[in-house]
Each structure stands twice: as C-alpha cells, then as structure tokens.
Design a protein around this ligand. Structure first.
Ligand SMILES: [Fe+2]
Ligand SMILES: [Fe+2]
Length: 250
C-alpha cells in the first residue's frame, strides 16, 4: 500500500493509505489526520492488512503520534486490527457507536479505551481541530457514523462512496481530466452494485444526502476506492440520491 498526503495547511494534514496488495481480502483505505503532531486514524483496517497499512503509514508519520482512532462501524475490514494497534499504542482512544462497543471488543484488546458515540453524533477534538461526528445510520450498518473536518473540508464517508477498484488504482476518482463527467461515469460503475446491495434503506440514504449536501466538501473520502473531489462530490451525492437501494429484497 501507499500513503499519499492530499491536504496540508500548516500543522493540519490529511493522508490516505490505499491500494492494497493482498487481493483475497476486500481492498480498503485507511485515512489519517495529523494536527499539531497528534494523529487520528479513520477506519484503521483489517487484521490481515495491518502490516501493509503500518509500513505505508510510518513512511509519512511516526506511529507514536497516533492518539485517536475513529471507527465508522463494526465491520472486520474497518476494525479487526484494533488489538494490533492497541499493542503498538495502548494510549489510543477509540471512538465508535455506543451500540458497537461491546461487539468490537470481540476483536480482542479488552483493555483498549473505547468511547461510545451517542446516536445523535458528537464533536471530536484533535489538537486545535474540531471535527464533527455525523450520523449515517443504516449506511450500511445499523449504527454508523461519518467524520467531517470543516477546516480541510474533508468528509470521511466510510462505506458510502465505496468502489471496488482493480489493483493499482489511483487515489482520486479523476484529477488529470478536470473531474469530468465521463471520468465519474467510468468510476461509478465500480460502485453501483456495492451501494445497491449493501445499503439497506432508501429513507436513510435520503436523510444522508440532505444532511451532507449542506456541508462544504472538497474531499469525499470513502473506505474503499478513491477520493471524490471538486464537481465529483456533488455528482456522487446526486447519483446516490437517485439510486434505489436495498435490492436483495426484490
Ligand atoms: Fe462495512
Ligand atoms: Fe467497508
């Protein structure tokens, strides 16, 4: 995997770790926010890919700076690395839905400091940054959150926006081509089945689209696939809004 810095303003920096080498497990991204020499991980990833994630991350920041981890939901590709990170840094404070705390402890590390997020969301403080934990319930998990950084205009969107891309994919949906509609159309083919099958609720989807359309977003960062930037952010929200989800019932 590779680590790429995609936002930098003074002591406020965002990194993406992406393009997994192991293809038997679903390709996943890990995001890291460093503010004033403290680091927060977003969806730190699966047990199996921990060595890849760790080695890519140490290229760009010292692991001793990792103080917090945000876990959007309970899935193994999101959080099964918890005991390994905790062994490296018992100082990490973990944040996940209060509904998932007791389940996530099944991954191990009973002594880890896991804070439960209430259903309505919360604020998460990181150095001088004030991040917003945004409810995204049922997308796809029953208790699910996204993380918004108003300074960098980054929305970490968990499984929303996910695309299953071939090995060697880019970090961005498309930048070379000025975020053209055709680049988006080519990308979104890799996202369509995932959203139709994994997202269970049109009502939850509608609520999310309304909530997120009000945010100022430069980077929409999913846990699988590539980052949506510029015009592609609105294109994605409009595409998702129009999609009929929960298809396995049909
Ligand atoms: Fe998931
Ligand atoms: Fe996922």
């Amino acid at each position: 995997m590779k680590a790429e810095k995609f936002y930098s303003e003074g002591q406020h920096q965002w990194f993406m770790v992406y393009d997994q080498e192991e293809s038997r497990v679903v390709d996943s991204n890990v995001f890291a926010l460093q503010v004033d020499n403290d680091t927060l991980l977003c969806d730190p990833g699966g047990f199996e890919v921990f060595p890849q994630v760790f080695s890519a991350l140490v290229d760009v920041l010292p692991p001793s700076t990792i103080k917090q981890a945000f876990v959007s939901h309970q899935d193994p590709d999101v959080a099964s690395s918890l005991p390994l990170w905790n062994a490296c840094s018992p100082q990490i404070t973990w944040h996940t839905s209060k509904l998932w705390v007791g389940f996530i402890r099944h991954y191990g590390a009973l002594e880890a400091n896991i804070q439960g997020i209430p259903d309505e969301g919360a604020e998460l403080l990181m150095g001088s940054a004030r991040l917003q934990i945004i409810p995204a319930h049922y997308l796809h998990s029953s208790a699910n959150f996204h993380l918004y950084d108003p300074q960098a205009k980054v929305l970490f969107s968990g499984d929303v926006g996910a695309a299953l891309l071939p090995v060697g994919h880019s970090a961005f949906v498309e930048r070379r081509n000025l975020e053209s509609a055709s680049a988006f159309d080519a990308h979104i083919k890799h996202a369509e089945y995932f959203h139709k099958r994994w997202m269970p609720s049109n009502a939850a989807k509608r609520d999310w689209c309304e909530r997120v359309a009000k945010l100022d977003i430069d980077f929409l960062c999913p846990q699988h696939g590539a980052i949506y930037t510029g015009e592609n952010v609105k294109r994605f929200i409009d595409w998702f809004d129009a999609l009929d989800v929960g298809r396995a019932i049909a």
